[in-house]
Design a protein around this ligand. Structure first.
Ligand code: ZN
Length: 343
């Protein structure tokens, strides 16, 4: 019970990307890039093992960006001539460079299967692999071909499903889809977002998960969060997910104003509960983490509760990321000991 893991990403070493930057070109290329990424994955594994986490990821060390890492492996997309689009419902007020969908989407071959094999070879712990969710991916592309968000998400779901099946064959124990847009387009989630997600997880012989958050712990998002007063989004999405085919749901609870009582709306599902704020360099004490876990335990059974980070740790310094992972494992250990003592 109370098995710990991170949402997915960890900061990347400075030999791969300039310090602190998220959306950049790699510093290396060719074989040097492969070796540099292999080394970064091994360090990410070491950090998670030393922290004492129960389920591990590759820290998304091979991905330039959580969406682009997948769509760069697809045909039908122009990555050279980008278009400026408003994403995430304009919530964060910025326009982003987006790759353009210019033809039918096709997956040339496996995109991250070899990455999963590498990870599996280097750890005995259960591994989690992350893919972008169909709705969020569709929201990040400039669609000049399908010209319909739902159709585009449906096409992406098929390709993500093919990929996910191959990742399970390669050893993935959990396949997680990242869908921050499930906290934004609530009507569309109900109309077709859940369906697209279910198409993406169809027939997968491993645990499937969906990560829903209020965005990365970066400046533009933090600015929105400090002004936001409406945290009711999960009250609509969790009841929809409760009857869906997805096994696990990741909910941001540490840095948002989300009331943990909403977790009861997903009764029967496994819940990854965010107890680590990824938007600050301040490392939580294990006691603080334990208090957040206890608050969630009022609504979730301990064998269904997976203490987790709110979102990816990529924007943090490496030292802070290590500290936060240690606090996560230590906080869970405190509560686990309390529960065992009560038995
Ligand atoms: Zn997130």
């Amino acid at each position: 019970m109370l098995r710990t893991m991170i949402v997915g990403s960890l900061p990347r070493p400075t030999w791969l990307v300039p310090s602190g930057e998220m959306y950049v070109q790699w510093k290396l290329d060719g074989m040097s890039l492969t070796e540099g990424q292999d080394d970064a994955v091994l360090l990410a594994l070491t950090d998670q093992r030393e922290a004492g986490l129960d389920i591990v990821t590759d820290g998304e060390q091979r991905r330039r960006h959580y969406i682009w890492g997948f769509v760069e492996g697809l045909d039908g997309i122009d990555f050279k001539q980008l278009a400026k689009i408003s994403t995430r419902g304009g919530r964060y007020g910025n326009q982003l460079d987006a790759a353009r969908v210019v033809g039918p989407l096709k997956r040339r071959n496996s995109i991250v299967r070899d990455d999963v094999r590498f990870l599996k070879q280097h750890t005995d712990k259960p591994i989690k692999v992350t893919l972008p969710g169909p709705m969020t991916t569709a929201d990040t592309l400039a669609d000049e071909y399908y010209r319909d968000r739902r159709t585009l998400a449906g096409e992406l779901a098929k390709l993500l499903n093919e990929e996910a099946h191959e990742l399970v064959e390669a050893g993935a124990d959990i396949v997680q889809f990242d869908e921050p847009c499930f906290n934004i387009y609530l009507d569309e989630v109900e109309k077709w977002g859940i369906r697209a997600l279910e198409d993406a997880v169809k027939g997968i012989k491993a645990k499937t998960a969906v990560h829903i958050c209020y965005g990365y712990g970066v400046g533009i998002v933090l600015k929105w969060k400090t002004k936001n007063t409406d945290w009711s989004h999960y009250w609509r999405t969790l009841p929809l997910l409760r009857t869906s085919a997805v096994d696990m749901i990741s909910v941001e609870c540490a840095a948002s104003g989300v009331d943990p009582a909403v977790l009861a709306e997903a009764k029967g599902k496994d819940l990854m509960v965010g107890v680590i704020d990824v938007g600050t360099e301040e490392v939580e004490t294990p006691e603080k983490v334990a208090a957040r876990i206890r608050a969630a335990l009022r609504y979730v059974d301990p064998d269904r509760l997976y203490p987790c980070t709110d979102c990816g740790l990529i924007p943090r310094s490496r030292a802070t990321a290590r500290g936060k992972m240690k606090a996560l494992a230590a906080g869970a250990a405190i509560v686990r000991a309390e529960l065992n003592a009560q038995r």
